[in-house]
Design a protein. Structure first.
Length: 129
C-alpha cells in the first residue's frame, strides 16, 4: 500500500478535529521541513514544528544506535539558526518541562538526546518528558 494514499489514521483524525476546534484562533506554527516528501507530508504543517522539545533516543549495547540518534539530532540542530546547548546528563521531568517552556517562548526547537549503555539505565525510556 502506498504510504501517501493510506486511509487517515486515528491520530490524523484527532489532529483534524483539533484544527477544526481551534479554528481561526489557532496561531501559525513555523516548521522545519526534512525535505523528504514522504516524511514531510505525514507531519503537521509539513515539517517538524518549532517551539517544542523533542526527545531522540538511542541506546542499548549498540554504539551504532547511539551514534545514529546523535547524528539525527545533530542534523536537525545544524539546519536551525542560533545557539545549540548540549547537555550530558539524565533529563529529569522538571528540567525537561523548563526546556519545553523555553522552546515555546523562543520559537526554537529543543532536542533532548537520551542514550544509555545498560538496560538498567533505560528504566524511564518511553515515559514522557
Amino acid at each position: 500500500m502506498d504510504v501517501c494514499c493510506a486511509a487517515p489514521s486515528a491520530l490524523e483524525s484527532l489532529h483534524a478535529r483539533v484544527r477544526q476546534i481551534e479554528g481561526r484562533h489557532r496561531r501559525a506554527i513555523a516548521v522545519l521541513p526534512f525535505g523528504v516528501i514522504v516524511v514531510d507530508s505525514r507531519l503537521p504543517g509539513g515539517g517538524l514544528p518549532r517551539s517544542a522539545l523533542y526527545e531522540v533516543a538511542g541506546g542499548g549495547k549498540s554504539a551504532i544506535a547511539r551514534a545514529a540518534a546523535a547524528l539525527f539530532a545533530a542534523g536537525i540542530a545544524a539546519r536551525t539558526r542560533g545557539k545549540v546547548l548540549w547537555c550530558v546528563t539524565r533529563l529529569p521531568m522538571t528540567a525537561s518541562r523548563r526546556l519545553q517552556l523555553a522552546a515555546e517562548g523562543s520559537g526554537a526547537i529543543g532536542i533532548a538526546l537520551r542514550c544509555w549503555r545498560r538496560q538498567t539505565e533505560a528504566f524511564d525510556f518511553g515515559q514522557g518528558n
